[in-house]
Design a protein around this ligand. Sequence first.
Ligand code: HEM
Length: 166
Amino acid sequence: MTAPRTDLASRADVDALLWRFYGQALDDKLLAEPFAEVRAKGLSAHIPVMCDFWETVLFRAGLYQRSALQVHRVVHDRVPLSARHFERWLTLWIATVDQMYQGPVADRAKLQATRIAGAMHRRLTGSDTALTIPDGAAASPPVRHGPRHRESDKRCTAGTGTRSAR
Ligand code: HEM
């Protein structure tokens, strides 16, 4: 019998989600090229920054204060990102969240990713065409932020430098 899925509640939960998600994204045929440098450097450098980002989005941890858009402009200059890239990224993200977690915070992880991906796509490409995404993300109702969580675990520790590197 499979264990019931619980909601995302800590940095350790976010870390586990990110390892599974990026494990797939880096191997994905379409996403492999934009993620080539991340793959070369190794996920242990990328995931703590992403943990800061998602802890900030989901739990208002205030750990990530850079401009993700700027970072993606650099990626986009190297490998032009299209709607197909963003749709694949979102499809994988939503599927991974759904495989691992269930609840209001998991819903928010899907909804916020959908919003951010849409905004990045618009800003990078200038396109007004909406992304086509799987069911279950945009339809989720907005949910209130839960309590702050500042737990860290052995792989995904705080102090990545994203706080002061605006
Ligand atoms: C087409 C889809 C996407 C691709 C191919 C992509 C690719 C990448 C790559 C290659 C990096 C590493 C850049 C570097 O360290 O030089 C990165 C970083 C990052 N990505 Fe994405 N990304 C995508 C979508 C998203 C979305 C939808 C989000 C947010 C929901 C996101 C959030 C971030 C954040 C927060 C960073 C870290 C930025 C930093 O270093 O401050 N990405 N992405």
